[in-house]
Design a protein. Structure first.
Ligand code: ASP
Length: 345
């Protein structure tokens, strides 16, 4: 059993509100370097764990985070995997759920915690939520249960809840309780005690080694349906040069209009090698194709059910699979199964 001092955690600071200050000239929030964080959370220095940090330079607002940056994050973890017991990624909240989803597919057989956190208010402000989020994220990354990491998964810790990263979605641009995991319960909750729900956590087979997948194909699109959608729009998206994967955000349990032109366009895309994934635009619940006529015809055309994937987990999964495989069968098979706990089976 390791002592506190022997538990080592790497904090990877990528940017986001948690490390931002107000520019005195423009009044807008601008990123600063990592020293700002330790200045404002002196508790970090006395934590008792062996804490190390690495900072992106320049740091990024998470709106500027893309697959190239995900690969850099994964490489930092890969290169230092044997040196640390856990990893905390400080990240802007706006695209945190995308990054967490992407990382969950990239880090196959992950056996150590990778906890993403950030804040709604900059850490320098008195009422910041960043201090608690950061301190507890570190505690979770360092937690050992039964001689093994308590949560060897890519997770988001925010406002007293630890949720699986690829199940999580940003729900509020206002509240401290900014994230939710609508289709999977939290992996841990924080009150007086840190309570882990072991039966909900994925544990990798011990003998399996970390494999880091580093290819993404960004030739994907999300088409969100709305009543009155017209063919020109649908066609413009489907005819995008080089498009290989399309996510349709459908109504309710996976329903779409049964206009002939709509089905013809989908059929044509699939016939020319495109992959279409059906994901519900409802914040919670699952696609169940075939329940209504309005989804049966899409199923007949070869549209794949995204089941209860979040939008973030679906677009990153599609980019990951298109980057990883060229075989249509392999991509379809992987879309139909859970790679890292992202869908209910
Ligand atoms: N725009 C910021 C970002 O996502 C917001 C935040 O950190 O909460 O980087």
């Amino acid at each position: 059993m390791k002592t506190k001092k022997e538990i080592s955690i790497l904090i990877i600071y990528t940017g986001g509100t948690i490390g931002m200050v107000q520019d005195p000239e423009t009044g807008s929030l601008v990123p600063i370097d990592f020293r700002h964080i330790t200045d404002h959370v002196p508790e970090l220095r006395k934590f008792g764990y062996d804490l190390h940090s690495v900072s992106f330079d320049p740091v990024k607002d998470s709106s500027n985070i893309d697959p190239e940056v995900w690969i850099r994050m994964a490489e930092i973890i890969e290169d230092s995997y044997n040196d640390f017991d856990g990893f905390v990624i400080l990240h802007g909240t706006d695209t945190m759920a995308y990054t967490a989803s992407a990382m969950s597919y990239m880090l196959e057989n992950l056996g150590k915690p990778v906890i993403l956190t950030g804040s709604q208010l900059p850490i320098g402000l008195l009422r910041t939520d960043g201090r608690e989020n950061l301190i507890t994220a570190i505690e979770i990354a360092a937690a050992i249960e039964n001689d093994a990491p308590a949560v060897p998964e890519v997770c988001i810790y925010f406002d007293n809840k630890l949720t699986r990263g690829n199940r999580t979605t940003k729900m509020s641009a206002e509240h401290f309780d900014a994230f939710n995991s609508p289709n999977y319960p939290p992996l841990a909750e924080v009150g007086l005690h840190l309570k882990y729900y072991n039966q909900l956590i994925c544990y990798p087979a011990k003998e399996k080694k970390l494999i880091v997948h580093k290819s993404f194909d960004t030739n994907v699109a999300i088409l969100k349906l709305f009543p009155g959608i017209n063919r020109k729009l649908v066609r413009a998206i489907i005819k995008t040069e080089g498009l290989r994967g399309l996510i349709i955000e459908t109504f309710g349990s996976g329903n779409a209009p049964t206009y002939q032109w709509f089905l013809d366009d989908l059929n044509q895309f699939i016939d020319t090698g495109g992959i279409i994934l059906n994901v519900t635009q409802c914040p919670g619940g699952s696609v169940e194709m075939g329940v209504y006529e309005t989804s049966r015809q899409m199923m007949a055309a070869g549209v794949i059910s995204g089941k209860d994937l979040t939008s973030e987990a679906s677009v990153t999964k599609l980019m990951h699979l298109l980057g990883r495989y060229s075989s249509r069968e392999k991509i379809t098979e992987s879309l139909n199964k859970s790679l890292a706990g992202e869908i209910s089976q």
